[in-house]
Write a protein that binds this ligand. Structure first.
Ligand SMILES: Cc1cc2nc3c(=O)[nH]c(=O)nc-3n(C[C@H](O)[C@H](O)[C@H](O)COP(=O)(O)OP(=O)(O)OC[C@H]3O[C@@H](n4cnc5c(N)ncnc54)[C@H](O)[C@@H]3O)c2cc1C
Length: 411
């Protein structure tokens, strides 16, 4: 099946949407024999699926979105395996039928599993309950020679030699077309609750610093801009367990957050705050915040990753004139900044201001949405994450003909 990506004057390429792995493989082999390169998509939620003009030397798009077979779901062995086109929401719904879940935090409900692995997604549970790297136990993909490779396995304890499974995490479509993934899954946590504190840009870091120093066993932590404008921040810290455990953690948290904090069970709404931290953290948490901030489509979405200690020292005062909306996962950690601003020149100015706030040695940045004229090159030194040159060497080794086109490897 093919989808026409757009109707432009210049001939654009139709996206190929294979209905089976065999079809995908035949199509990849055909591209190899015709010396054409490939751009991989899932559901396009990252916004990078713009049509590519053949006249611009574009490559041929393929999407794994229709590969949806469920191979196995075994709650007793805590494993599930399915094709890469299943979405985050579909997978969590299936697992929820047996009170199980995948402990990763997609931004969008429609993100496919292939896209999530490829982007190495992370969110509020990062560091506290393991992330995608800890959950992925097996993978199947089509490599640059058109071979179907299977790595890892179906079981949680699986001794392999060279770790091909983990190598495929975060490759952003540059190493192969992921067709299936096997995950370690977990039972629902017991009675999840969270304590929330309304604070501001000057004070949220103190609260998180105190939490860190007391080593309170949290399930997740997230700080978000409280409303569509202004510097108020809502900080949420999640915990779970039997009543005794919860009460002990809640007391410790209240000691840090103070009297103004409030506690809610997971899923309960606050009449005052329609969009609380931790909301929809396993099913795609970003759309609810964007709606709350009345940002229909972010003009700019940037992610900065830096160690917890540096996040807690960060001063973002110089950004206040721009009033960006923020989602912060302080442990790990990462900071997302959103602007409704669509103008590319203004976006570049914002980025220049942000770059001056970040510690040079320990930070790196990802550009997730921007005006077309804003690219990786505007992130300067921060565009390349640690290990970038190793990733490029891996790409040269595994895909020497550069069959899979991925902008990440062209920095
Ligand atoms: C640099 C970057 C970092 C991101 N970090 C996060 C994050 O931390 N959390 C999060 O939720 N989202 C993150 N995203 C957005 C993320 O891409 C989407 O949330 C989601 O994971 C993608 O699902 P999708 O099906 O819409 O994929 P798309 O948006 O279509 O594609 C996203 C990326 O995955 C690749 N890809 C998609 N399917 C496959 C496949 N079958 N085989 C191989 N590669 C594939 C694409 O080439 C592309 O690079 C990030 C995006 C980018 C570009």
């Amino acid at each position: 099946m093919t989808h026409t990506v757009a109707e432009n004057a210049a001939p654009t390429v139709s996206e190929f949407v294979p209905q089976s792995v065999e079809q995908a493989r035949e199509w990849v082999l055909e591209r190899i024999s015709l010396e054409q390169s490939i751009r991989i998509h899932g559901n396009g939620t990252s916004g990078h699926s713009d049509p590519i003009s053949l006249e611009e030397g574009g490559c041929f798009p393929v999407s794994s979105q229709d590969l949806k077979t469920i191979h196995f779901f075994d709650p007793d062995d805590l494993v599930a395996g399915m094709q890469a086109g299943q979405t985050a929401a579909e997978m969590q719904q299936l697992l929820a039928q047996k009170k199980m879940q995948l402990m990763v935090n997609p931004w969008y409900p429609d993100s496919t599993l292939g896209g999530m692995v490829s982007a190495n997604i992370s969110g509020p549970n990062r560091m506290n309950m393991g992330g995608l790297r800890d959950s992925l136990i097996g993978i199947e993909y089509i490599n640059g020679r058109g071979e179907l490779v299977k790595a890892g396995g179906k079981v949680v304890k699986n001794v392999t030699g060279y770790d091909l499974t983990r190598m495929m995490i975060g490759h952003l479509g540059g190493l192969g077309l992921i067709t299936s993934v096997n995950f370690k899954i977990q039972p629902f946590v017991i009675d999840p609750h969270a304590l929330f504190l309304e604070t501001d840009l000057q004070n949220w870091q103190n609260a998180v610093g105190l939490l860190q120093s007391r080593r309170i066993p949290l399930d997740w932590i997230q700080a978000v801009s409280a409303s569509a404008e202004g510097n108020r921040i809502l900080l949420g810290a999640g915990f779970s367990g039997n009543p005794e455990r919860r009460s002990r953690i809640a007391n410790e948290l209240q000691d840090v957050f103070g009297e103004k904090s409030f506690m809610l069970a997971d899923g309960d709404d606050s009449p005052e705050w329609p969009c609380l931290p931790g909301k929809e953290r396993f099913n795609g948490f970003l759309p609810a915040y964007l709606e709350h901030w009345q940002i229909n489509q972010p003009g700019l979405h940037l992610q900065a990753s830096l160690p917890t200690a540096d996040i807690l020292e960060l001063s973002l005062e110089s950004l206040s004139a721009w009033d960006p909306r923020m989602i912060i996962h302080p442990v790990g950690g990462d900071l997302h900044l959103f602007l409704g601003e669509q103008d590319g020149d203004r976006q570049k100015k914002f980025i220049q201001t942000l770059l001056k706030c970040l510690p040079r040695q320990s930070s790196n940045m990802r550009l997730l949405r921007s005006a077309p004229e804003v690219g990786f090159e505007h992130l300067g030194h921060f565009a390349k994450p640690p290990g970038y040159s190793l990733s490029c060497r891996l790409k040269q080794h595994l895909d020497p003909e550069e069959l899979f086109d991925a902008p990440y490897y062209r920095m």
